[in-house]
Ligand binder design. Structure first.
Ligand code: CS2
Length: 498
């Protein structure tokens, strides 16, 4: 089979093998700037938008993808070489693949190369929405102070170097300032990250920064910029070399960076777009008045469930999420955690069938074809635990509810942070707080409580005696007996009490 490099010129040849965008990309205007063009954006918002653009009357919502970080050169260069095109490979539960070329990203910018170009693009009158996937840690929120972290050296840099910023806050501030100075309209800033109240968080963090950086801009932003909350969902593992090869061998498409994902997708958005929006509801997104319950459900069941499988699985020696969930003991533990500790704190979830949702999660985690990497799930746990797991703990503590399984998870994470699995194999830990995690994890060998001293993660959880007791006993138990034995014991105790 002849191989075709993925680019505009080869599209019609490629269309004989896999589906391609059937709209005229050259007619699209850029209505959206998206920051963070990793796998998730390309499997989610860019996918929904691509579906939408198949309605030929819609020409206002092309996407300009911005790579923000120095190490994002590879994705930028790939998109540049491929005219913004990439293949989405949807891996069905039955092992089949659906492949399609996505065309909604029509421009791409590399911020470190030309920051002014990015600022100008964000300030351009045709851009109505700036969307973000900058990761949970990217919002620069400090759990200890419950505030914006001005000690971050990148933030200090941005305050001094306003035309060569490094963080999203520096970019947005300059872009919004230009909009104001030029008498242009405002825009919507929409987070697509896994954070409870992600729109509220974006607004609060941005305004904290602007208050110091450009105090005169605060009022204008309050009146002219909207920040809808949204729940986003689609499991998107990191692309592997074998995915790239498989695409080439089965379809003859030479794509340097395709994206792989599960079939399931969900996007629940608050309808608060100050300068209009794409009709994403026509391609499966839901617009609701209050997205909070959906966010809470997803973060504390799906994302927390991932962390449970990831951390416990890593210690046992697994490398993919499906391996962990196919261990019946781990699966039962996760089920118990979801039912006993999470469900009671979810509040009213009108219109949602929670037990179906939980069952579907186990099925999605078990998809053996997507091979979601445990390394990916465990990466940046210091930003994930405070969002995915600790809110559940805090709510349970308030009502004297069960926190035993969450405490077990934190203890497992402390042991994970020592850097070796239970067979002595070195773990590949990727975390912005790796250094401090390492120090505290080592101190915890003598005194388990030491791990909880990282207040930027745990806040004042260290003062909650029932939690500290459960955590300490779990820590000792795991160290002596290993994860699986402890899990079996906890599962049995629960089964016997029922
Ligand atoms: C995962 C998420 O990174 C994580 O810990 O839980 O990336 C998850 O796959 C997505 O949020 C799914 O929507």
């Amino acid at each position: 089979m002849k191989n075709y490099k993925l680019n505009s010129e080869n599209l019609s040849a490629i269309s004989e093998r896999i589906s391609i965008p059937k709209y005229d990309r050259s007619k699209l205007k850029t209505g959206i700037v998206h920051v963070g063009i990793g796998g998730f954006h390309r499997a989610h918002e860019a996918f929904y938008t691509d579906q939408l653009l198949h309605n030929q009357n819609i020409t206002d919502w092309g996407i300009c993808g911005v790579a923000l970080l120095d190490f994002d050169t590879k994705i930028y260069n790939t998109l540049k070489e491929q005219d913004g095109l990439y293949t989405l490979i949807i891996k069905e539960l039955d092992g089949t693949h659906k492949k399609q070329v996505i065309g909604s990203i029509v421009e791409y910018l590399f911020a470190p190369e030309d920051p002014i170009k990015v600022i100008e693009k964000m300030a351009s009158p045709e851009v109505k929405i700036i969307t973000l996937t900058i990761t949970e840690g990217g919002y620069n929120y400090n759990e200890a102070t419950k505030d914006f972290d001005f000690n971050n050296s990148l933030i200090k840099h941005d305050l001094k170097n306003i035309f060569t910023p490094k963080t999203i806050f520096g970019y947005l501030t300059q872009a919004l300032k230009l909009r104001k100075e030029r008498g242009l309209k405002g825009c919507t800033i929409q987070s697509c990250d896994n954070i409870q109240g992600n729109g509220h968080m974006t607004k609060r963090m941005l305004l904290s920064y602007v208050k110091i950086a450009e105090p005169n801009l605060v009022k204008w932003i309050e009146t002219n910029v909207s920040f809808p909350n949204a729940m986003v969902d689609r499991i998107t593992p990191a692309t592997s070399e074998s995915d790239i090869l498989m695409l080439k061998e089965t379809s003859g498409v030479d794509d340097a960076w395709p994206v792989v994902c599960e079939p399931f997708r969900q996007w629940v958005i608050e309808d608060d777009f100050i300068e209009g929006r794409p009709a994403w509801e026509t391609v499966g997104a839901q617009f609701v008045a209050n997205v909070e319950p959906y966010e809470k459900m997803k973060l504390s069941l799906l994302n927390a469930g991932h962390s449970v499988l990831g951390i416990l699985g890593a210690l046992i020696g697994y490398s993919t999420i499906d391996e962990a969930v196919h261990n019946e003991n781990i699966k039962t533990f996760l089920n118990n955690y979801m039912n006993i500790e999470v469900t009671p704190v979810l509040g009213d979830l009108e219109g949602i069938n929670l037990s179906e949702y939980k069952t579907s999660l186990l099925e999605r985690f078990g998809n053996m074809n997507i091979k979601d990497q445990i390394d990916r799930i465990c990466s940046e746990s210091s930003a994930k635990f405070p969002i995915f797991i600790l809110p559940t703990v805090n709510s349970q503590l308030k009502k004297n509810g069960s926190i035993k399984m969450a405490a077990f998870m934190v203890a497992a994470w402390a042991i994970y942070s020592l850097g070796k699995d239970e067979n002595g194999k070195v773990l590949n830990i990727k975390d912005a707080l790796k250094l401090i995690l390492d120090i505290k994890a080592n101190a915890a060998k003598e005194n388990p409580k030491a791990f909880l001293e990282i207040d930027s993660i745990f806040g004042n959880l260290i003062d909650a005696t029932p939690f500290v007791d459960a955590y300490t006993s779990a820590y000792k138990n795991i160290t002596t007996n290993g994860v699986e034995k402890c899990v079996i014991e906890m599962n049995n105790n629960l089964a016997n009490n029922n």
